[in-house]
Design a protein around this ligand. Structure first.
Ligand code: F6P
Length: 360
């Protein structure tokens, strides 16, 4: 469908874990949609749940420049999966027609955009995707917004942990988010000068970690910061490090509607095991949701704004079934199916040729 000059009815939702920059993306969609195209933009509350239950919010006031600075999402979010409820797709189609929507813009990560891909492919619902997640693990784009802010927060935490670790001659394990991919751990680990960076992509061997720490401490360093992603796991030949869950990490309890276990706690196990094996006094800090809260960095505000503007343009060119993406500095379009397929894991070159040079 191509709109010509007609203003369109556009729905917007934010799904999955929140992240800094969501409000900047919403604002960009509303401002460009209303001012340039004469669109009417309606917000759906709490991710896909808003479409299932037809709960909406007027977005006429979402044009204030202050919104670009505010973390979280004014629309609310949830991990609702319409394909795990009765007649999910029919209910969404009905909401789309009852609002006479010409298009939907879904702002989300792999789960939200995986649903969007199916709604487009199986139901013909005209959807455009916008990539967000602090984990930066969406395929088809070099960067999701939210990631830069999370890296900034984690780096600042590592800087702070370093001085207290040095004062007490301790090992401090810092657990960061990253379910399938260790982007935050790698970037913050490099930026913060971590002694070890452990990521989901490459299960670690506890003996090797302890050997490197011993070597480091015997070589004149008396403290270390070890960065570990929540989804990292020990190899099976790492006795003593009890691990659970099929996705690595340790399950902190519960499972969401997309079948993901709640992660958290691998850092505590690692710190205990390091202390037990090396005798170095160890502590753990789990950064958790601090990484997702608060005001977005300038980079994330700009990226989210560029994505929002490009998404409403995609709607007006009828580029449904696509997601806006960043490639070589330019905003492009990729298919939703490609974006929500396999997770984008950390480039081995970055891990081995860059990060590894500074470890130990
Ligand atoms: O949004 C992705 C993510 O940040 C993962 O890294 C983490 O495992 C998950 O969200 C935590 O989600 P929740 O807010 O549901 O605890």
């Amino acid at each position: 469908m191509s709109s010509g000059d007609r203003g369109l009815n556009v729905g917007v939702l934010t799904g999955g874990g929140d992240c800094p920059g969501l409000n900047a993306a919403i604002r960009a969609i509303v401002v460009k949609g209303e001012r340039r195209y004469g669109d009417e933009v309606v917000g759906f509350l709490d991710g896909w749940r808003g479409l299932l239950e037809d709960s909406t919010m007027a977005l006429a006031s979402a044009t204030s420049s202050e919104l670009v600075t505010v973390g979280g999402t004014i629309l609310g979010t949830s991990r609702t999966n319409p394909f795990s409820v009765d007649r999910g797709m029919d209910r969404i189609s009905q909401t789309v027609s009852s609002h006479s929507l010409d298009a939907l813009i879904a702002i989300g990560g792999e789960d939200t955009l995986g649903v969007a891909a199916r709604l487009w492919e199986e139901g013909g619902i005209p959807i455009v995707g916008v990539p967000k997640t602090i984990d930066n693990d969406l395929s088809g784009t070099e960067m999701t917004f939210g990631f830069d802010t999370a890296v900034q927060i984690a780096t600042e935490a590592i800087d702070r942990l370093r001085t207290t670790a040095e004062s007490h001659h301790r090992v401090i394990v810092c657990e960061v988010m990253g379910r399938n991919a260790g982007w935050i751990a790698t970037y913050a680990g490099i930026a913060g000068g971590a002694a070890e960076i452990l990521v989901p992509e490459e299960p670690f061997e506890i003996d090797e970690v302890c050997d490197r720490l011993r070597k480091r401490h015997n070589g004149g360093k008396f403290s270390s910061v070890v960065v570990i992603a929540e989804g990292a796991s020990a190899r099976s030949d790492s006795p003593g490090l009890a691990l659970g869950g099929s996705q690595g990490g340790t399950p902190a309890g519960g499972m969401d509607e997309f079948g993901h276990i709640r992660l958290g706690g691998i850092g505590s196990l690692l710190a205990e095991e390091i202390e037990r094996r090396t005798g170095f006094e160890s502590r753990v800090t789990i950064l958790g949701h601090i990484q997702r809260g608060g005001t977005p960095t300038a980079y994330d505000r700009v990226l989210a704004t560029r994505y929002g503007v490009a998404a409403i343009d995609s709607v007006h060119t009828g580029a449904f079934g696509t997601m806006v993406a960043l490639q070589a500095g330019k905003i492009v379009r990729v298919s939703l199916a490609e974006a929500s397929g396999n997770a984008k894991t950390v480039d081995p070159e970055l891990l081995h040729d860059v990060a590894e040079v500074f470890l130990g």
